[in-house]
Design a protein around this ligand. Structure first.
Ligand code: ADP
Ligand code: ADP
Ligand code: MG
Length: 467
């Protein structure tokens, strides 16, 4: 079985033969890098961590079998530095790259270079990343595949006049969105022509600065919706299943804060329909690997496609808790060319799961990030409590990256039990030396509207900030 000489392995994988990947380079940091390293280790796959100068002592750097420094602290010089990452892959003989989320995970050009170099990108093909990463184009594609989409512009909007004309046709409120957007940025709602004209310039600017692409599109603003997304797994042989939904309606500035599954608002009929629509669409576009189709669901249980994320998501653990499926391992098996071993009827959903994102930030100071040294740490544990994190006592949070410190995920028999478990786990968590959003999360969990499942995407703005 000595086939570790790269050439042999690569050629076999390119032919799509069933051959498990042997060495994965993880092009990410923080808890998701650690999550991937652990999955690889359990599978007997070697791991290569890449790290920036600010991450010399980070957990992912020390946990991997090998680690390589890829540049200075700023992510443009390290975790987004394609050349340095690919050199690290060549140097260590990695046969594959797992991009995690954020950074290069939805970068079609990076996936394309990997493909050309014979390094397996653990995700869909660059063509599909390209197609779906352009949100306006993705909408048109999904519409053709029979998926209901939010009514709006056919493709991009090229002038303010066009936006105003369309808005008066579909009626206010409307939303302007950056086609290359992500992470909740480049999105603005307008209730009148005056607001729309202002929003037009702002979104264009924001999109140019954040994504270096100022193309924008317009859609109807769905009022008081729930954000419900479907997790899918598709192999490279045309098989596809879904792993149910996640409700991510607790959001601050269009960014998720607390996620749960099952969603408390879906009827069995709607749930079934959403799963079927998602699987059909994925099959039709020929997508392979893990992916998530995000929908908005209104009070009539009508659902509309919003976007497809072509990577693993931050909130993937809630799905793992209720299905027992390890999404990262499935991604690796799919990328190795293996057919899915599960059929839709094999997926059994048990109980309820909820996740909270713990960030180092100060909610009293407009959620300003709080980097610094963690002087003391106690992580919660116990029955049905999972903590995905890369922090440890004595760790210094660098100021250069996302402020997410940990994800606390619980698994209860019911939604009530999940809320009780998550409340208890967060109350137990101690992070000394930095501010966290823990009290803010507790306020969410203790809110009557949240507890009684009467909430939507406007919940945080309305309930916690008074409108
Ligand atoms: P999820 O649905 O997994 O929560 P998010 O949209 O919140 O996905 O993104 C996950 C991570 O990736 C976040 O840290 C977010 O800031 C980052 N991210 C997502 N899209 C982009 C993008 N286009 N540019 C930069 N960062 C992004
Ligand atoms: P991103 O790529 O940043 O994740 P999305 O298109 O997924 O952007 O939208 C992020 C969030 O913005 C959604 O989860 C939802 O809360 C809100 N949103 C987006 N589009 C609409 C819409 N048409 N109507 C109402 N809310 C929307
Ligand atoms: Mg989204």
């Amino acid at each position: 079985m000595d086939e570790s000489k790269e050439g042999v392995v690569k050629i076999k994988i390119q032919k799509g033969e069933s051959k498990m990947l042997k060495k994965v380079l993880i092009a990410n940091r923080g808890e998701i890098a650690v999550r991937i390293i652990r999955a690889c280790r359990e599978m007997g796959i070697a791991t290569v961590a890449v790290y920036s100068e600010a991450d010399k002592t980070a957990l992912h750097t020390t946990l991997a079998d090998e680690s390589i420094c890829i540049g200075p602290a700023p992510s443009t010089k390290s975790y987004l530095n394609k050349k340095a990452i690919l050199e690290a892959a060549c140097l260590t003989g990695a046969d594959s790259i797992h991009p995690g989320f954020g950074f290069l995970s939805e970068n079609a050009n990076f996936a394309k270079i990997c493909e050309e170099m014979g390094i397996k990108f653990i995700g869909p093909s660059h063509k599909l990343i390209d197609l779906l990463g352009n949100k306006s184009q993705a909408k048109e594609t999904m519409k053709k595949a029979g998926v209901p989409v939010v009514p709006g512009s056919k493709g991009l909007i090229s002038s303010k006049e066009e936006a105003v004309k369309l808005a008066s046709d579909i009626h206010y409120p409307v939303m302007l969105k950056a086609s290359a957007g992500g992470g909740g940025r480049g999105i603005r709602v307008a209730y009148s022509q005056e607001e729309l004209e202002k929003a037009y310039d702002l979104v264009k600017q924001e999109a140019k600065i954040s994504f270096n692409d100022d193309s924008i599109y317009l859609e109807k603003f769905i009022e008081n919706p729930r954000h419900v997304e479907i997790q899918i797994l598709a192999d490279e042989h045309g098989n596809c299943i879904h792993l149910g939904e996640r409700d991510c309606s607790v959001q601050r500035r269009n960014q998720k804060v607390v996620e749960e599954t099952p969603s408390g608002i879906l009827s069995e009929e709607t749930r079934k329909k959403m799963g079927e629509v998602a699987v059909k669409a994925v099959k039709e576009i020929g997508y392979a690997n893990a992916g998530t189709i995000e929908f908005l669901v209104d009070k009539h249980q009508d659902f509309y496609f919003m976007e497809m994320n072509t990577r693993v998501q931050v909130e993937h653990p809630v799905t793992e808790m209720v299905t027992g499926v390890d999404i990262i391992k499935e991604q690796i098996k799919i990328a190795s060319g293996e057919p899915l071993t599960m059929k839709q009827e094999d997926i059994i959903f048990t109980g309820h799961s909820m996740e909270a994102r713990i960030n180092s930030e100060n909610p009293d100071k407009n959620f300003m990030p709080c980097p610094g040294k963690i002087t003391g740490l106690h992580l919660p544990g116990g029955n049905g409590i999972r903590v995905d994190t890369a922090i440890y006592a004595g760790y210094t949070i660098p100021p250069n990256y996302d402020s997410m410190l940990a994800k606390i995920i619980v698994h209860g028999k019911t939604r009530e039990e999940s809320i009780a478990k998550l409340t208890s786990a967060i109350a137990e968590l101690v992070v000394e030396g930095t501010q966290t959003n823990c009290d803010f999360i507790l306020r969410i969990l203790q809110n009557e509207k949240f507890k009684s499942n009467r909430y939507d995407t406007s919940f945080i703005a309305k309930e916690l900030f008074g409108g």
